[in-house]
Design a binder for this molecule. Sequence first.
Ligand code: CO
Length: 137
Amino acid sequence: MIGKLNHVAIVVPDLQAATAQYRDTLGAQVSSPTDLPEHGVTVVFVELPNTKIELLHPLGADSPIQSFLDKNPKGGMHHLCYEVNDILSARDTLQATGARVLGDGNPKIGAHGNPVLFLHPSDFTGTLVELEQVNTG
Ligand code: CO
């Protein structure tokens, strides 16, 4: 069902410092910060040869990642994103096994303009999992 690792998301307390570290210390190619108000985050994309890292910082008063940062003040890994061909089929298959989909169960448009869903970390070895439908055709 799952394909490539699309990205690893890391919540960071200082987006500028984290971006500089990935760019200057680790020598990676990084994007400009992008505000995603509908997701309550500002994101910087770190482009690696085989995947991406997303540096996430809370945007707005009720950002869904603020509580994560409160619990992890130095930041930390937030989720893994796997690519799928058909997100509704993937959802239905997973729900049939008892896995919980967060929110109302319907895909939302994610940071890359593709439909995404999040799966409950308690059902996936303590890791928040994002599925992103990527059209590979
Ligand atoms: Co993500």
